[in-house]
Design a protein around this ligand. Structure first.
Ligand SMILES: Cc1ncc(COP(=O)(O)O)c(C=O)c1O
Length: 413
């Protein structure tokens, strides 16, 4: 007879001294996070990711303006169907890293599709873009080389650079003269890599890649861009920041995510010259020592590439929604940062105002999030609105109307 688990479990009644010490330290840490007002709680969504969602404890439909679901493809029927078919045909997962027995034909097909999409020689898949960023610098850059990185780059880039043994330099955010100074100072390095997010997610601002490319050419440096907030939707055909800026393809290495516009499941990649990708397959630790991407995830991302390579209408819809929101909000008296990007931060300055504003918006069935220090600089708290191609014009207007109403109520406009 099977015995209930509870009866067979060995329960540790007495906590060890080490466990008590750890608990005390953790309580102090958590208390200090709460006191600083930066404790992050998580709202529980009970539906698929979409423009309209429901959250636990309420049966009201709320309009979602804070997902990275830029093209609205996270729960697109064809994307779901592709994942289901892959689940049936290829199983739930590979139980292996890529180089042992974790590579299926669909992994190779997706890598080829991404290379074609970006017009690059080759691509390597990772479990996330965080992993792609963690793996590349350590594998590529040695103490003879120099990494020159924008100070506001994403945390995963900062962590990836920390792991490498190259000379490390930071230039002031988007500051070309500071970048040039560092390029002059590092002329003796064997190889130099300028590293930048192409789009900075807190401001929705786009790196000046034409000017960066001119400096890279003058000082014989390589360029790495993180395209997480660009791939699939920025530029007329969604090729990203290079296309948006109309500058050809001056960037040597592209890292991006499958976890935002490209279906939103998970996964990341590096696209670039073939010898780089060959080397990463040999040396990149998050690739070598982590499980292969699950087949349904591979298939859903692959379907997204098929959709966006066949048709630009979702990209155009997102651009139109972005323009509509930004111009109506500016006309209503709000200050927005960034330009032409669906990340549309509404500046409120005070942290308490940003969080109160977001609460008031939720009462009006609009889900947005306030960001304050330390995620953004002190005194620059904001609500970061993110548009999606899935929003209708009426939904965009509903969001603007709610902002205007709350803005008047709280004395912002
Ligand atoms: C700019 C940037 N780079 C990298 C990442 C990490 O991507 P992933 O979720 O695939 O690990 C993110 C996600 O927040 C991001 O915004």
């Amino acid at each position: 007879m099977l015995r209930p688990i509870a009866q067979t479990m060995i329960v540790r009644h007495q906590a060890t001294a080490a466990a008590v010490t750890m608990n005390n330290i953790l309580h102090e840490t958590l208390d200090s996070i709460r006191e600083a007002g930066t404790f992050k709680s998580e709202r529980i969504i009970t539906t698929k990711q979409a423009a309209k969602i429901q959250v636990a404890g309420s049966n009201r439909k709320i309009l979602n303006f804070c997902a990275n679901n830029y093209l609205g493809l996270s729960s697109h029927p064809e994307v779901i169907e592709a994942a289901k078919l892959a689940l049936d045909k290829y199983g739930a997962g590979l139980s292996s890293v890529r180089f042992i027995c974790g590579t299926q034909d669909i992994h190779k097909e997706l890598e080829e599709k991404i290379s074609k999409f970006h017009g690059r020689e080759d691509t390597i898949l990772y479990a996330s873009c965080f992993d792609a960023n963690a793996g590349i610098f350590e594998s590529l850059m040695t103490p003879d080389d120099a990494v020159i990185s924008d100070e506001l780059n994403h945390a995963s880039i900062i962590d990836g650079i920390r792991l490498c043994k190259a000379q490390r330099h930071r230039y002031k955010h988007l500051n070309l003269s500071d970048l040039e100074r560092l390029l002059q100072e590092t002329q003796s390095a064997r190889m130099r890599l300028i590293v930048t997010d192409s789009v900075f997610s807190m401001d929705g601002d786009i790196a000046p890649l034409a000017e960066i490319a001119a400096l890279a050419e003058r000082y014989d440096s390589l360029i790495f861009i993180d395209e997480c907030h660009a791939t699939g939707f920025l530029g007329r055909t969604g090729r990203g920041a290079e296309e948006h800026l109309g500058i050809g393809q001056p960037c040597d290495i592209i890292n991006s995510t499958l976890g935002k516009a490209l279906g939103g499941a998970a996964g990341g990649y590096t696209s670039g010259p073939k010898p780089l990708i060959d080397m990463l397959r040999q040396k990149s630790r998050p690739y070598l020592f982590s499980n292969s991407l699950p087949p349904p995830v591979v298939a859903s991302a692959s379907k997204v590439f098929d959709i966006i390579m066949a048709d630009n209408s979702l990209i155009a819809k997102l651009a139109a929604n972005t323009k509509r929101f930004r111009s109506k909000m500016t006309a209503a008296g709000f200050t927005l940062t960034g330009k032409d990007h669906p990340i549309s931060p509404v500046m409120l300055k005070e942290a308490s105002l940003a969080s109160k504003f977001a609460d008031e918006m939720l009462k009006r069935d609009i889900y947005v999030i306030g960001f304050s220090f330390p995620v953004v600089p002190k005194g620059l708290a904001r609500i970061r609105v993110q548009l999606s191609a899935q929003h209708t014009e009426e939904e965009v207007d509903q969001c603007v109307d709610a902002f205007t109403e709350v803005g008047k109520q709280l004395g912002v406009v």
